[in-house]
Design a protein around this ligand. Structure first.
Ligand SMILES: Nc1nc2c(ncn2[C@@H]2O[C@H](COP(=O)(O)OP(=O)(O)OP(=O)(O)O)[C@@H](O)[C@H]2O)c(=O)[nH]1
Ligand SMILES: [Mg+2]
Length: 343
């Protein structure tokens, strides 16, 4: 699928539209920070192994909280299941997912005639529970593929955009970024640094309407034949209704710049948040109609179990997970990989 990007040549720069109709006046024109052509990066088997090790060590805190090695020393009796219940809840799996996992485990144990490896059975139960979240990015043929990124303050939105820019370039896609967080100069600078690191063009504007910057970026992406446009947004709480309305408006305005856009609305979640992540998912989904999730900071988090809660309570595809601040520390979510790293 990504192969289709590989043959594309770097498009020539064009002006962005200054007087395009949006819901609020768009002045001045967003600044375009140009970038030189990008190289295609291909992941090696060593890199894949490195990632699995990183995932496993990142989830150590959650794994320790589950304490499964001690727990499964004996057989799977009711006392062990009770202990497991407490531990799953402590790792933020939430009641519905915990109950589901215990029932499933009981069933597997019974079907196996009361023998076998309970740890392996739990890996199977977890994989099955998490599998619906494993839905990789599908990029439409029609360019640009527009991704809007939302989330609470400090969740890891801008960092994830930087990592995603590299990931997508590695798949052969050309990328353009929109600095939709117009409130803070530091936010624009942070995105510009990621743009420089990745040799990617950033559309930005000092102050003004975030929707206008995103509109300009999509228009520029269309004119240039860019494969992917990613729109950063300022952090906000779902309870800040005026800020949620601003986000809804930005989404509508992106749709005016291009029919069917944004193609992907991603919520970035901080993996250390725990159960609150569920209410964030529900609120942002109700407001924006999410198409996917990104979970960051799973390194060092003891609350990785919240992914199980999401799978049970609001199963929105988990497109990517992050286990570090480095540019390569974000990868597609694979249910079995995650289950094996967790148990
Ligand atoms: N350990 C770790 N840190 C991360 C990860 N992702 C992001 N961070 C850090 O989290 C902090 C906040 O990241 P940002 O990308 O600025 O978050 P944001 O959502 O854009 O923040 P606002 O724009 O202020 O709402 C930074 O210090 C990042 O380096 C991750 O996967 N692991
Ligand atoms: Mg940010």
């Amino acid at each position: 699928m990504w192969g289709l990007f590989k043959k594309k040549t770097q498009p020539t720069p064009v002006e962005t539209a200054a007087d395009t109709p949006v819901e609020t006046p768009v002045t001045p024109v967003a600044a375009v920070v140009e970038a030189p052509p990008t190289a295609v990066i291909v992941a090696t088997p060593e890199e894949k192994k490195g990632w699995l090790d990183k995932l496993k060590s990142g989830l150590t805190a959650t794994r320790n909280k589950l304490g499964l090695n001690i727990l499964f020393a004996g057989k799977l009796d009711e006392e062990t299941l009770e202990q497991l219940e407490a531990q799953l809840l402590m790792a933020d799996c939430g009641m519905p997912a915990t109950q589901h996992l215990l029932d499933d485990l009981r069933k597997r144990w019974k079907q196996a005639g009361g023998t076998g490896d309970p740890r392996a059975m739990l890996v199977e139960s977890l994989t099955e529970l998490l599998k619906p979240l494993e839905q990789p990015f599908k990029v439409a043929q029609e360019a640009p593929f527009v991704i809007m990124i939302a989330g609470v303050n400090g969740a890891g939105k801008t960092t994830s955009i930087g990592k995603l820019a590299k990931y997508l370039q590695g798949q052969g896609a050309s990328v353009l970024l929109a600095a939709g967080d117009t409130f803070r100069a530091a936010a624009r600078e942070q995105l510009a640094i990621w743009g420089e690191r990745n040799n990617v063009t950033v559309i930005q504007q000092a102050g003004g309407d975030p929707a206008a910057v995103m509109f300009d970026a999509v228009a520029a992406g269309k004119a240039r034949g860019t494969d992917v446009v990613m729109c950063d947004t300022a952090g906000r709480l779902p309870t800040q209704l005026h800020l949620m309305d601003e986000l809804k408006k930005a989404k509508r305005v992106i749709g005016k710049a291009m029919d069917g856009a944004p193609h992907e609305v991603l919520l970035v979640l901080d993996g250390t948040t725990g159960q609150n992540a569920i209410s964030q998912v529900k609120s942002f989904d109700d407001a924006l109609g999410l198409t996917g999730l990104v979970m960051t900071k799973l390194d060092g988090s003891a609350k990785g179990g919240v992914i199980c809660a999401i799978a049970k309570e609001r199963p929105i595809p988990l497109r990517f997970i992050g286990v570090g601040e480095g540019i390569d520390d974000l990868r597609p979510f694979v249910a079995r990989e995650f289950a094996e790293a967790l148990v």
